[in-house]
Design a protein around this ligand. Sequence first.
Ligand code: XIL
Length: 371
Amino acid sequence: MALSLRRIIEGLLILCAIGAISACSNSDSCPLIPDSLCGESDADNLTLRAAGALSGMRMGATLEPSEIADESYTGTLIKEFSALTPENALKMYSIQNERGIWTFVGADAVMEFADANDLVVRGHTLVWSQDQFTPAWVKAISDPAELRQVTEEYIATVMGRYAGRIPRWDVVNEPLTTLGAQPSGSVWHDLLGPDWIADVFHLAHAADPDAELWINEYGTDWVPGKHQAFLALVAELVEEGVPLHGVGLQTHRISVAGPDRAVFEQQLRDFTNLGLEVAITELDVVTSPTDPTALTSQAEAFRRIVDACLAVAGCVEITTWGITDATSWLNSLGTFPTPTRPLLFDDDFVPKPAYFAMRAALAAGRPPFAN
Ligand code: XIL
């Protein structure tokens, strides 16, 4: 892919911001950068995207097809982020909710938007291992051979359609129960047995051999025993030589308390120690509507999470599950008092304390001995 002019200027601005091009105040020895640009490049003016680039960190947010027409939403997405995860458009219930009826309108629109705006897409997700999110016709299958054939066709069709445009996929989402450490009850697990995960990764590798293949999980940062169970599962896949590139930790925080910075950092490192990359794939931090200091505490929580990721060299992406508090999925979940205000931008797209905490952490870069 050709390096866009935007990327080049962004890179130069970053070098200005960190002082690597000391000549920003001296146009004679900084011939590539107009003074007007250099003058605006102090750390306070960095976007999340530019601040993340200092550490090779992809900064992502979600997009729904219906949000493409919302200029406030897309304006913030394009300006502040370098990556995009379709919130629902690439899920099985969006693409083939009825057997044989393939619906790519939403996914194609999101992809066109991403390509036109220099945003790299995380493909989310091929197999979501939770029965409540599985199309009824798939759940109704009772013959293992049929389920395997349907899954193979689905993966080949979807990955094939976007090959070369979606460089990484959450191949399997939520292989463990939401609030526990057991394998999640799903038609795949029930019919194909515990090897179904490895099998699906091989199918994905065959469908697009160039794509990075990721496994993604909810709640490993706070559900008791879940990190150890997920780590054991991932270690087994690695041991078996399954084509697995990285581990996504959703990191939906249910309150502003925690996570403990050192514990969270170690959880990230447990996966990079297996030779994998790790990413924070669905970050949001629920606040309580009755807590007067919620936004400050929330900012501190975001800071701990970003600092932990920066300290782990193989932690390469932070994606927030939305942009504005106004449309977070958590407001309609029914689990938390609303408004949950879990994101970086308020209802009017004004950056919150959490935004500035995250940007400051990113602008400081990785610690010298990040590993
Ligand atoms: C959620 C979406 O945000 C909602 O709009 C949808 O109704 C349900 O799914 N873990 C995941 C995401 O992996 O795909 C989920 O997204 C949130 C939890």
